[in-house]
Write a protein that binds this ligand. Structure first.
Ligand code: HAM
Length: 444
């Protein structure tokens, strides 16, 4: 027999299995609760969009769009014999699609498509889900990764919005037990002042070109701001001497940034200003920010975001719509929680039911259903087991209790409940059992 190919998850993707998946669900649940307490509401977006949407918003010259997207041509499917003959006609699309590398572009697209600018006030939306970038995988960097993101779109760009978004983010991180986070902020100006600064920067960069590596040399012409992102040690002394955007902001941007800092102080939020925080996506204006956390190695940004006031218009939407948001890298948030050792108490298996004898089976099925209805996690093994073996299994599965139903219990209409931590055993009637376990569950 030919040996069968064994499949493995594709490089850069991974399975999130129990028990980790419980921590993921807990984190995403905490995120939902926190974001909803600030009146953000969930939006569920497609996983793929027209490639052009990302090219126009994130920017065709960025690494994300030029190198990292998973793009496919839906029309090509019709010509691929391995897909067989389809019994329906595929609609001709004419453009390529891409798996989303991020979701801000999709939120802006949805905002325009559904005329959300006609709704009163700013729209506060959040999303939870996978994103795709063909980056070199390493710790904290995957090709399918997950984000929790929040976006505010609407007529106002008040710095209070920026500050509230940052407050919300830090409240979530604190609640989730993320260790040692640092918030970095910057303002990268607007379409009035940034182009002028970029020219000043380019001029200065040309003068020191010889001291820079090939990537930065290329970026002098394509996107000089990205030189500021460089982590190459030999470039650092050169970069530190470059002109800083804070000295080139227009009056309106300077005031916006200064009011943002006042708003952060009002909320007791500490931050570091980082003039080199330009971010790798083209849609940003004014406020940019990142949060780093410890225990993540080189991929230590657990969240990134900023303002994108012109994006809706750039995508063919109404003029004057402002935007700000962030995306948390869930993979990294989870890593940081795990490395910080500050793990939450997550509900696990409460009760394993051990039964012996034919008459015990219907009793076990019945009580299992009642216990589950009380919110307890119950394992009812499909076969009967000697009590010693069942207790061993309960122990291995991490159950808090074993519920024993043997001939004696059936005859006396009682249950024997054994607490595994200290082997304490009680005989209880059904009502006593339900009451006892309910109160145990409530007290955690
Ligand atoms: P971003 O900085 O590209 O921004 O991604 C946000 C976060 O996603 C990063 O800080 C990181 O934690 C996580 N992340 C990015 N790439 C990977 C990867 N390959 N593997 C694991 N985690 C990753 C955005 O995506 C913007 N859409 C954020 C935003 C929303 N700006 C305004 N609104």
């Amino acid at each position: 027999m030919p040996s069968q190919k064994q499949f493995r998850a594709i490089k850069g993707t991974r399975d999130i299995l129990p028990p980790d998946s419980a921590l993921w669900n807990w984190f995403e649940g905490a995120a939902r609760e926190t974001l909803e307490s600030y009146n953000f509401r969930e939006t569920r977006l497609p996983i793929f969009e027209e490639t052009e949407l990302f090219a126009r918003s994130v920017g065709g010259e960025t690494d994300i769009v030029s190198k990292e997207m998973y793009t496919f041509d839906p029309d090509e499917l019709r010509h691929r014999p391995e897909f067989g003959k389809l019994d329906y006609e595929i609609e001709r699309v004419g453009s390529t699609y891409s798996l989303r590398p991020e979701a801000t572009a999709s939120v802006a697209r949805a905002y325009i498509e559904h005329g959300m600018h006609l709704l009163p006030g700013n729209q506060k939306l959040y999303y939870v889900g996978p994103m795709f970038r063909r980056e070199r995988p390493q710790k904290g960097r995957y090709r399918q990764f997950y984000q929790v993101g929040a976006e505010v779109l609407g007529p106002s760009d008040a710095p209070a919005i920026d500050a509230e978004v940052l407050e919300m983010l830090l409240v979530l991180f604190k609640r989730a037990g993320l260790a040692n986070t640092t918030l970095y902020i910057n303002s990268i100006g607007c379409k009035e002042c940034r182009p002028k600064y970029v020219e000043v920067l380019r001029e200065e960069l040309r003068k020191v070109k010889d001291k820079l590596g090939p990537d930065s040399q290329r970026r002098i012409e394509t996107n000089p701001l990205r030189v500021l992102d460089s982590k190459l040690p030999e470039e650092q002394p050169v970069i530190e001497k470059l002109p800083r955007i804070s000295d080139h902001l227009c009056a309106a941007c300077r005031q916006h940034f200064s009011e943002l800092k006042d708003e952060l102080s009002l909320r007791d939020i500490s931050y570091d200003e980082n003039w080199r925080l330009v971010r790798g996506l083209d849609y940003y204006t004014r406020t940019t920010f990142e949060v780093t956390a410890t225990g993540l190695g080189s991929q230590n940004a657990v969240c990134g975001g900023g303002r994108y006031d012109g994006l809706v218009e750039l995508l063919g939407g109404p003029a004057g719509v402002k935007g700000i948001g962030f995306a948390i890298g869930t993979d990294r948030a989870i890593l940081s929680i795990q490395e910080g050792g500050n793990l939450p108490q997550l509900p696990g298996l409460s009760v394993l039911i051990a039964r012996m004898g034919a008459k015990a089976y219907p009793v076990a099925v019945n009580i299992a259903r009642k216990l589950r209805a009380c919110g307890l996690v119950v394992e009812l093994p499909p076969q009967e087991m000697k009590f010693g073996k069942a207790l061993g299994l309960a122990d291995k599965l991490g159950a808090r209790y074993a519920l024993i139903i043997g001939e004696d219990e059936v005859a006396s209409e009682t249950y024997t409940l054994k607490r595994l931590a200290d082997a304490e055993q009680k005989k209880l009637t059904e009502n006593e059992l339900l009451e006892y376990l309910e109160s145990e569950r409530r007290s955690g």
